[in-house]
Design a protein. Structure first.
Length: 212
């Protein structure tokens, strides 16, 4: 588990004008910038073109809060416990965190690596999380095949619904945002089953040759 620190009031004081030098924290105030506007404009071509409130429909939401919001806290009460994954963008674990699916095994190590090494803005972060999820799925399939009541790939993967609930007609709809990646769906659904069946077939053939 990542080390969890308690909120440090000095983090909130490390500001100069509209930027901050320390990691962001979880307060009711608008998060400050890590760099000054001048630094950002010098580093990123075109940065700041929408600074004029007249060009920003969301400008009102960015204004300082000058009226009572109803919140009874400036910093939320922290959930007890050490927490789990902590993004590198943050100084400590979020005040509220999930505990329902603790990290475990190889998939847990991969997920922890994603949070410890890569920003959430990096594709490597999300690809590692997807890899951890796929490993969990394959492990679940293996456990199912080793049980007395294995999963049914026909009724539990949506194949039956493809034939009875106008799935093909729905997939051809021009309003769907996933039309270009639908070709990957059969691989994601059938891939683990085909891999498991191939592994079982290869093992059975090898055992049969040794027994001859």
């Amino acid at each position: 588990m990542p080390h969890t620190t308690t909120p440090d009031t000095t983090t909130h004081d490390m500001r100069t004008d509209d930027h901050v030098t320390g990691p962001p924290t979880y307060t009711a105030a608008k998060p400050p910038l890590h760099e000054t506007r001048e630094q950002l404009a010098a580093r990123i071509p075109g940065w700041g073109v929408d600074l004029d409130p007249q060009d920003r429909p969301s400008a009102r939401r960015m204004l300082p809060v000058t009226h009572a919001t109803g919140a009874h806290w400036d910093f939320p009460e922290r959930m007890p416990g050490a927490g789990r994954e902590k993004s590198v963008e943050h100084a400590f674990v979020t005040p509220v965190f999930g505990t329902a699916q603790p990290l475990k095994g190889v998939s847990g190590k991969i997920r922890q690596l994603a949070y410890d090494r890569f920003s959430e803005a990096r594709i490597a972060h999300w690809m590692l999380l997807i890899a951890g999820d796929r490993i969990d799925a394959m492990a679940a399939h293996v456990r199912s095949l080793a049980s007395l009541r294995p999963d049914n790939p026909i009724t539990q993967t949506g194949i039956r619904a493809e034939l009875t609930h106008h799935a093909l007609e729905s997939r051809r709809s021009r309003t769907r945002a996933d039309r270009l990646i639908q070709a990957i769906d059969p691989l994601l659904v059938a891939g683990p089953w085909l891999a498991a069946a191939s592994g079982i077939g290869w093992t059975a053939a090898k055992v049969a040759r040794r027994l001859r």
